[in-house]
Ligand binder design. Structure first.
Ligand code: G3P
Ligand code: MG
Length: 242
């Protein structure tokens, strides 16, 4: 079971900042997840379309200039980074899951990936693009068939992971609140990997191990990696599920 640092190592440093990315790299996580929005002609790394929750500013990204966005404190004096800055920092040392949070992000994200491959030492197969907006995933595939996509859901659909297979996804990313054995088995039968967000509690990590999921998103990656290493060493039946 892989561990992706959720919004960087966001349990330790301000989420989606260069500090959180740097911290995740030091933890030698299996991959790093970040969220991207489109603002004033730039791809910026932030979860919400409003800056209120994670910065000292207020309002919607769409109403702010890039200069105004860069003046905001995203925690510990960090600026909201651009996608390019994040990829430059990572330098191909770790795979990246870019979660597209908004319209107008697809073309710019694919361009940023091209630049990262040409200039920052990445391979294309180190990228996984995901979104709750499945129209964006279709657009990605229409522009670049080779890039892996992850189909996000915050539900357990009646036909389980069929929607992800229809999208030609590599993986299906589902909330820990809705995962169950039937969903995992269905996804695996369709040849899809199962990634689960957000898994930090020991009890949840054990449960995901029991379900046989392929990866978890964690705000505390080191703790999760240690727990998984322990579980791998322990007989499966010894691990309590509840
Ligand atoms: O990509 C996994 C997870 O980050 C999806 O939900 O809201 O944390 O971006 P959210
Ligand atoms: Mg996300």
């Amino acid at each position: 079971m892989l561990v992706l640092a959720h919004r960087g190592a966001s349990g330790h440093e301000p989420e989606n900042t260069l500090l959180a990315i740097e911290n995740a790299l030091q933890m030698q996580v299996d991959a790093i997840e970040i969220d991207v929005h489109w603002a004033d002609g730039e791809l910026v790394v932030i979860h919400d379309r409003k800056v209120d929750k994670t910065t000292d500013g207020q309002g919607q990204l769409k109403n702010l200039s890039f200069a105004q966005i860069r003046q905001l404190d995203a925690g510990k004096g960090q600026q909201i980074p651009t996608l390019d800055e994040v990829l430059e920092l990572i330098q191909g040392k770790c795979p990246v899951n870019i979660e597209l949070k908004a319209d107008n992000t697809v073309v710019a994200t694919l361009s940023a990936i091209d630049k990262a491959v040409q200039e920052y030492g990445f391979d294309y197969d180190q990228f996984l693009l995901s979104s709750f907006n499945h129209h964006l995933l279709l657009q990605i595939k229409s522009l670049n068939k080779a890039i892996d996509i992850g189909a996000l859901t915050a539900s357990c659909p009646v036909d389980y992971a069929a929607f992800a297979q229809r999208l030609n996804a590599y993986s299906v990313h589902i909330s820990v609140d809705f995962i169950n054995q039937a969903f995992v088995d269905d996804a695996h039968q369709r040849g899809l990997k199962v990634y689960v967000y957000t898994v930090d509690d020991e009890e949840d990590i054990i449960a995901m191990h029991q379900l046989g999921v392929d990866a978890i998103f964690s705000n505390y990656p080191t703790r999760s990696l240690l727990k998984i290493a322990h579980l791998k060493g322990a007989p499966k039946s010894d691990a309590p599920i509840n």
